[in-house]
Design a binder for this molecule. Sequence first.
Ligand SMILES: *Cc1c(COP(=O)(O)O)cnc(C)c1O
Length: 230
Amino acid sequence: MDLQATTIEGRLTEFKSALPEDVTLIAVSKTKPVGDILQAHATGHLDFGENKVQELAAKYEALPQDIRWHMIGHLQSNKVKYIAPFVHLIHSVTGLKLLREINKQAAKHDRVIDCLLQVKIAQEDTKFGLSQQEAFALLSSPDFADMKHIQIVGLMGMATNTDNNDQVRAEFQSLSDLMKELKNQFFANDDHFRVLSMGMTSDFRIAIESGSNMIRVGSAIFGARSYPSG
Ligand SMILES: *Cc1c(COP(=O)(O)O)cnc(C)c1O
């Protein structure tokens, strides 16, 4: 959408009013100052995403406690402890070792942490994620069945950064198909497994057409980032 508004509040409100009702917007605030997040929060928006543990933890400390923080970036096991007390949803689970650590840290805080499995759908080596086979293997593992402090609520994926819309659509569709297969095989009686996190500023429309119900959008709301964010 071509947003007319010039303020963060205006862009966010305009953006959300154009989204289908069942699509949750995560406002990706990485690299942006807390003042920008406060402006977005002033509209009543509560879901924000960050991709670095340190930045996420610092912003959590500095900002209103009703914010739901989403960890959307690559997560190392040894850093889980810094976000375990408060994180709302971890989008980037890429293996059993990481999941075990999330389970362990969540137990310390008497929490059940919601997680998405990040699946690699892009033709890019720089993107992290499980293969489809690895996702099946993880969910079949007896280890997984024993973890009481995590809950897998869906999948996350990032499409290739390309102008080729057909390729982007095919990649999103593959994740949408996998979601249905995993639902049938592992979560047929589990209503929590329903989140399909895919789509960012450049490709959220295609993602929604392909079945996404959670989009992660940064630059369209907060403006272009002025320095690299990993
Ligand atoms: C930065 C980031 C986004 C948002 O990117 P924009 O192009 O600014 O919308 C979404 N998902 C992940 C995992 C990111 O790191």
